[in-house]
Design a protein around this ligand. Structure first.
Ligand code: HEM
Ligand code: HEM
Length: 185
């Protein structure tokens, strides 16, 4: 009997990860830019529609991703990782998953505020929340406050990957991108 040892994440999970990475960083930068512009001005108005469309797409990708993640097995942490590094990586990944599910709360305040959500210049997304200033305000505050956690968690995630690739020169990136392996099998 042979025991298969997984050295990288499931191929579908890897594809979703990289699609998420691109869409998420775009949503984050557009959100950051829009947050710095005065309400009602152009191009903030147009860019916010793109931001919201990206956010909704990321929410559905997150659901699919969680299902794939639970249905497949993750590779074991490299033996070279110390217990502290394993815990830090796990905490960072948990935070990123939480963010992927909580940030779309932006939809709540956009909907309760009566704002439009035209999905990538096509149809208008239905407003699932009735007009309500309290809900709008609560959603806006939560979305804005969580943005700081987003910047921190994503910056740490990318910095840690760079550290493993450039300094440690280990197999961390190959777990998510097997072609990056120095010894492809
Ligand atoms: C993963 C999904 C999302 C991420 C990472 C994200 C991230 C951000 C960030 C970083 C900001 C700037 C925060 C600030 O400066 O206050 C922002 C602003 C904003 N986001 Fe999102 N967002 C996401 C989803 C959504 C969704 C689904 C909607 C609505 C349907 C939305 C609506 C908004 C609006 C309206 C603003 C501007 C707030 C203001 O200027 O007062 N976001 N977002
Ligand atoms: C340029 C950007 C990014 C790079 C270079 C990158 C790199 C990586 C690498 C190398 C891993 C494997 C780490 C390991 O197994 O210990 C990983 C895992 C992970 N990444 Fe990223 N990542 C990026 C962006 C993002 C973004 C934007 C998110 C979510 C908001 C994210 C969420 C995750 C999660 C949750 C995992 C754990 C695997 C899982 O359970 O799905 N990554 N990333």
């Amino acid at each position: 009997m042979t025991t298969e040892v997984t050295t990288s994440y499931d191929p579908l999970l890897r594809r979703i990860h990289w699609a998420t990475a691109i869409l998420f960083i775009a949503a984050m930068l557009i959100g950051l830019y829009c947050g710095l512009q005065a309400p009602g001005t152009s191009p903030r108005r147009e860019l916010l529609e793109v931001h919201k469309s990206l956010g909704v797409t990321l929410f559905f990708l997150a659901i699919l991703r969680l299902m794939v993640r639970l249905a497949t097995s993750a590779p074991q942490g490299p033996g070279s990782f110390s217990p502290m590094v394993r815990i830090a990586a796990r905490l960072n990944h948990w935070a990123l998953y939480a963010i992927l599910f909580i940030m779309p709360v932006g939809y709540m305040f956009s909907s309760a505020g009566g704002y439009s959500l035209r999905y990538f210049w096509t149809f208008s997304w239905p407003r699932l929340f009735a007009h309500n200033q309290t809900v709008e305000h609560a959603g806006e505050v939560a979305h804005g406050a969580l943005a700081y956690l987003v910047y921190l968690a994503v910056a740490l995630h990318i910095a840690a990957t760079l550290w493993h690739v450039v300094v440690k020169k280990d197999e961390t990136l190959a777990r998510m991108w097997p072609r990056a392996s120095r010894n492809p099998t």
